[in-house]
Write a new protein. Structure first.
Lengths: 245, 247
C-alpha cells in the first residue's frame, strides 16, 4: 500500500498526530470517569457496568487498542528512520539548545514508560474486569480478596491502591505521561500544520494545562483510594454489587 | 589570546577520522573564527603539515558555505550568525575549542571539516523554484502583495542553505531548510501557482535522500544562523497535506 501516510515523512507524522490526539481524548474521558470515584463509588460502578463486555464497549476497546498499536509502531518506525539519518559518527560535544524541551528529545523513552505502565494497568484492572466477562466469568480474586465482581471497579481500585507501592508506580507512570504530553499536545497541532508564531505560546500553554490536568486528575484518585481504603469499605462494595446482580 | 583546538581530521569520505589537537597563540580578540583558522593553517603549512580543510566563501554571512560544529553548536556559540561572523572574543582565553564537521548521514564528510551538502541542492532542484518567463523585468508594483506576506516570505528567504538545521537536528531532518524554501515562495503570488507540486516534490526528494523525520524539538531554529522559525515547518506541513488531500 503506497500512500503518503505510510511513505512520506510528513504523512507519518500526521499519523502520530491523529492517533496521539485520539489517545489524549480517550485519556481525558478516562480521567473524567475516575473523578466520579471521589464523590460516589456506587456511581463509579454504574459506569463500570455500562462499560462491560457489550458490543459498544468492546468495539471501543478494539479501536483504542488499534490507536495505541499504530502510535507505538509508528514511533519505532520514525525513530529507526531518524537514527539512520543521524549517521554513524556522532558529535563529541553537544549542548542543550535554547528553548528545546527535554521531553521533546525523549518522546520514545517516555512512551516506553507509558506503555509499560499501561501493561501493569491492564493486569491490575482490565484483566479483572472486561477480560473476566469476556471469558464468561463474573468475579475474580483481586490481590487475595475473593469474589470481586468484574463490574466492581471501585473495589478493585480500593484494593489495588491500598498498597503504597502501587500508588508510587502509578504516579511515576502519570509523571512520564505528563512529560510526554507537554510536548505531544502542542506538537500534534504543528504536525498537521495548525501552528504559527502567534499560536506557539498558546498551544504550549494548552499542552501544559491538558497534561497537568491529566496528571492531577489521575493522581488524586489514586491517592484518595490509598487514604480511604479499608477492608470494611471493600466488603460493603462487594455486598452492594452482589445485590445488583 | 591563546587557544587549544581539537579539530576533526579525516583524509577522505572513506577513511577513518580522528581528533587532532593544535595550539594557536597570540590571537587578537577581534580575529574572526575563520581568520583564526587561516592563522592555524598558515602555521601548519610552515611546519610542513597538511592544513585543515574547511568550507568558506563570502565571509559576510550570506553565502551559506561555512559550516563547522563548534563546542556543540552549529556555527558556534554566537546567536544568529554564521561561523564566519563569529569573533574570538566570544571564547574564553586559554580555553579548548572542539571543532567538528556537520554530522548527518545525508552530509558525508569529504575531508576534515568539509561535508558534501549536495543533498540540499538536489532538494532545491526538485521544486525550489518558480517557472516564469525571463523576458523584460515587470513593474515591481504591478502585483500588490500585503506587507505581512512579503515580510514572512523574506524571513524565510533569509535561509542561506548552510545545513545547520539538519546538522543540529537529533533526527537529521532537513525540514527547516525545505520549509524555508517552500514558505518563501508560497507566500508570494508568483510562487503560489506551483505550491502544491513544489511541496510534494521537495518532501519526496528530502525523504529519498535519507533525511530524518521532524519531531518538533525546535533545535534547528535555535541554531539557525538566520533565526528561521519552525512556523515555516507548520506551513510546509499544511501545503503538503493540502496537496496530498487534493490528489
Amino acid at each position: 500500500m503506497s500512500c503518503f501516510l505510510t511513505n512520506s515523512s510528513v504523512g507519518k507524522k500526521v499519523v502520530m498526530s491523529v492517533t496521539g490526539c485520539f489517545l489524549v481524548l480517550f485519556i481525558l474521558f478516562h480521567m473524567s470517569m475516575n473523578i466520579t470515584m471521589l464523590f460516589d463509588w456506587a456511581s463509579y460502578n454504574a459506569i463500570c457496568r455500562f462499560l462491560g463486555a457489550n458490543w459498544y464497549a468492546l468495539a471501543a476497546t478494539v479501536i483504542l487498542a488499534a490507536g495505541v498499536a499504530v502510535h507505538f509502531l509508528y514511533a519505532f518506525i520514525l525513530t529507526i528512520d531518524n537514527y539512520r539519518a543521524r549517521g554513524k559518527q556522532r558529535y563529541q560535544v553537544t549542548v542543550k539548545e535554547k528553548g528545546v524541551a527535554w521531553s521533546s528529545k525523549n518522546m520514545l523513552v517516555l512512551g516506553i514508560i507509558v506503555i509499560l505502565g499501561l501493561g501493569l494497568h491492564l493486569v491490575h484492572f482490565w484483566s479483572k474486569m472486561q477480560l473476566v466477562e469476556l471469558m464468561g466469568g463474573h468475579a475474580s480474586i483481586v490481590d487475595g480478596v475473593a469474589g470481586v465482581q468484574a463490574t466492581n471497579g471501585a473495589a478493585i481500585m480500593m484494593i489495588t491502591f491500598s498498597k503504597w507501592y502501587n500508588v508510587v508506580l502509578y504516579i511515576v507512570w502519570f509523571a512520564a505521561l505528563w512529560f510526554h504530553l507537554t510536548h505531544g499536545v502542542w506538537s500534534m497541532f504543528q504536525s498537521v500544520g495548525f501552528a504559527n508564531d502567534t499560536w506557539y505560546p498558546r498551544l504550549k500553554c494548552l499542552a501544559n494545562i491538558v497534561s497537568t490536568l491529566i496528571f492531577i486528575g489521575f493522581a488524586v484518585v489514586a491517592v484518595y483510594c490509598f487514604m480511604t481504603s479499608d477492608a470494611l469499605l471493600i466488603e460493603e462494595m462487594i455486598a452492594a454489587e452482589n445485590l445488583i446482580h | 589570546m591563546n587557544f587549544t583546538l581539537k579539530i576533526w581530521r579525516q583524509r577522505d569520505a572513506k577513511s577513518q577520522g580522528a581528533f587532532e589537537t593544535y595550539k594557536v597563540t597570540d590571537i587578537s580578540a577581534d580575529t574572526s573564527f575563520l581568520e583564526m583558522m587561516d592563522i592555524l593553517n598558515n602555521n601548519l603549512i610552515h611546519e610542513g603539515k597538511e592544513p585543515v580543510a574547511f568550507d568558506h566563501d563570502c565571509r559576510e554571512g550570506i553565502c551559506g558555505m561555512c559550516s563547522m560544529h563548534i563546542n556543540g553548536h552549529a556555527h558556534g556559540p554566537s546567536q544568529a550568525v554564521t561561523t564566519c561572523q563569529m569573533y574570538m572574543r566570544k571564547f574564553k582565553d586559554g580555553s579548548t575549542i572542539t571543532i567538528e564537521p556537520w554530522r548527518s548521514a545525508a552530509f558525508p564528510v569529504i575531508r576534515d571539516l568539509v561535508v558534501d551538502r549536495a543533498a540540499y541542492d538536489k532538494i532545491l532542484q526538485a521544486g525550489g523554484f518558480i517557472s516564469v518567463r525571463t523576458n523584460s523585468v515587470p513593474d515591481g508594483n504591478a502585483i500588490p502583495i500585503p506587507k505581512a506576506d512579503a515580510d514572512e516570505s523574506m524571513d524565510a528567504a533569509a535561509c542561506v542553505g548552510c545545513g545547520a538545521c539538519a546538522a543540529t537536528c537529533k533526527n537529521g531532518s532537513a525540514m527547516l531548510f525545505v520549509a524555508a524554501r517552500v514558505s518563501s515562495l508560497a507566500k508570494l503570488p508568483q510562487g503560489k501557482v506551483e505550491g502544491a507540486r513544489r511541496a510534494k516534490a521537495m518532501v519526496a526528494k528530502m525523504d529519498e535522500l535519507g533525511f530524518g523525520n521532524c519531531t518538533n524539538t525546535g533545535a534547528c531554529q535555535a541554531q539557525c544562523p538566520k533565526s528561521i522559525s519552525i512556523a515555516h515547518i507548520a506551513r510546509l506541513n499544511r501545503e503538503f497535506l493540502a496537496a496530498k488531500l487534493k490528489d
